[in-house]
Write a protein that binds this ligand. Structure first.
Ligand SMILES: Cc1ncc(COP(=O)(O)O)c(C=O)c1O
Length: 408
């Protein structure tokens, strides 16, 4: 059945959503009812291979038994205390996440954007209280084509007109430099720079991997200039690239990791800023917080995520299957339909030649063949299946992509 032949059940579900929700998304015409592992089933009973994994929030797959069991057990105990009181999962969560990151302190929030906001506030406070930057002069250097979330401050330093237009006035205090350009980065750092905020691989921009040595040079420069290096690993982290953190591919340890998405296992939103005591220690009671940040349910699920990452099994899967994925996509890149392929581990951006359709058109054709991906920036499709996908399913998904690209 093609997307143009959906039945009444799908059509009415989509019509209801469109009538009563803001149109800030343009979803593919599929209505998911259930999911398991790397597979989704829609309201018509059709099965789809999930090659997006909730933008990497579902690294451990849908309905992962360990995560669901951890969530269920915690649901029966206590779900929310607010940070007005201590609860018995919080200490463990912070200690274990800090250990996973080889850092000292954790500040838990809920969404990725909140972790980024927290990092911006932390870096500024660190700048004034520790580095000695004059009041209100702190600058944070970011990269062009970044994606760090949707809050007013974050979109203030976006270069994407779609994300930014008509949301002004914008928050000052950010300097934008080209991604991958170490000379521009060096030139942008001043005595008032408190932080450099980067995605080690730019996800929404189309899975852009910076030139070799870039992250290492940024690390050197930030160290020399007493500037915090903040790595937004919200999409790139927690196994996706074949390592726990994408920064590891260059042997780089930032001053702050920003984590989200997969930290909540696709079950609950969990995000965190992870750093040293010298940096996160700048916050005093009452200066920052969140009602739901670090709640017992979030901590219970995240503790299980951390335990799963400790084994290295998921990172290894991502590395091995990722090598296979990139080998196969590399073959496609020679065939005329694909202009470029980028990425690392089980994560790829595939630029479709305009003669073969837009990213959206390719995504719709893949949907007709039972594969779910998502386009970005017109001509790119992103491939990021759950790390639990089998090699057979991955090959089947790639067969469908080959089919779509050769049919048109
Ligand atoms: C690198 C990066 N940072 C931050 C975010 C924002 O996360 P959230 O949508 O949970 O606010 C995203 C989301 O795609 C992301 O990819």
């Amino acid at each position: 059945m093609s997307t143009t032949q959906t039945t009444q059940t799908t059509q009415s579900a989509i019509a209801a959503a469109e009538a009563h929700s803001a149109h800030n998304y343009h979803p593919l015409p599929v209505v998911v009812a259930t999911a398991d592992g790397a597979w989704l089933t829609d309201v018509e009973g059709r099965r789809f291979l999930d090659m997006l994994a909730g933008y990497s929030a579902l690294n451990f797959g849908h309905g992962n038994r360990r995560l669901i069991d951890a969530a269920k057990a915690q649901l029966e105990r206590v779900t929310l205390t607010s940070r007005a009181f201590h609860h018995d999962r919080f200490g463990d969560f912070c200690a274990q996440l800090a250990e996973l990151c080889d850092m000292e302190m954790v500040l838990p929030m809920n969404t990725g954007a909140e972790a980024v906001e927290t990092a911006v506030k932390t870096a500024r406070k660190w700048g004034y209280r520790v580095k000695g930057v004059p009041d209100n002069m702190a600058k944070i250097v970011v990269a062009a084509d970044n994606f760090h979330g949707r809050t007013t401050t974050i979109i203030s330093f976006s270069t994407d007109p779609e994300a930014r237009a008509d949301y002004g006035p914008y928050t000052p205090g950010f300097e934008i430099v080209p991604y991958g350009d170490t000379a521009a980065m060096e030139a942008a750092l001043t005595d008032n720079t408190v932080a450099v905020l980067l995605e080690p691989i730019q996800g929404e921009a189309g899975v852009l991997v910076p030139p070799p040595g870039y992250l290492r040079r940024v690390r050197e420069l930030t160290r020399e200039r007493d500037v915090l290096f903040i790595a937004d690993e919200i999409q790139s982290g927690l196994g996706r690239t074949g390592r726990t953190f994408a920064c590891e591919h260059e042997g780089v340890v930032p001053d702050m990791y920003l984590l989200g998405k997969a930290l909540g296992g696709g079950v609950v939103p969990v995000s965190a800023v992870v750093s040293s005591a010298a940096v996160l220690g700048v916050h005093r009671p009452g200066e920052h917080g969140s009602t739901f940040g670090g709640n017992p349910l979030a901590c219970a699920v995240a503790l299980e995520v951390i335990a799963m990452l400790r084994t290295g099994e998921y990172q290894q899967r991502a590395a091995e299957l990722g090598e296979h994925l990139h080998h196969e996509l590399g073959l496609l890149a020679g065939g005329g339909a694909v202009e470029a392929v980028r990425g690392r581990g089980l994560w790829a951006g595939v630029d479709i030649a305009p003669s073969h359709g837009t990213g959206r058109e390719i995504s719709e054709k893949l949907l007709d063949r039972g594969v779910l991906v998502k386009d970005t920036h017109g001509s790119t499709i992103r491939i990021a299946p759950p790390l639990v996908i089998s090699k057979e399913d991955l090959d089947w998904g790639l067969d469908q992509l080959r089919g779509v690209l050769t049919e048109g």
